[in-house]
Design a protein around this ligand. Sequence first.
Ligand SMILES: [Zn+2]
Length: 143
Amino acid sequence: MKCVFCGSNDSKVVDSRYLKDTAIRRRRECVKCGKRFTTYETVETNPMVVTNVYNEREPFKIEKLTESLRYATYCRDDIDVNDLADRVEKLLLGLNSQDISTHDIVKVAVDCLMELDTISALVYYTQHTDCNSFDDVRKFINQ
Ligand SMILES: [Zn+2]
């Protein structure tokens, strides 16, 4: 990191502080002129692109996921949907692919919901797949 005062490339970190979970503020001191300046380090978030069932691509939106999870868990107000959406997003990011499909989201969301409430998982599943018969529901249960 170049010193903003003298242009020297030599600086040392004198203090680091986390800002939330995603950024670090570093206080640096130039080795040459001794002046101090601050830098911020943030994680570059990799925007995921979702291919839906109509083969259209759209950016992943956590708000949309949160809404669908809120709908699926409407009879369980003890479930924190924002927390749940964060978890689903984290797992999707863990797939290490920028291109994901609606199918990936449904799979991860259903897995997470299953740990909390089977009925909510089933509601989500029926809303986001072509599941429309009792046979389909039975397949889901047997999964
Ligand atoms: Zn300097």
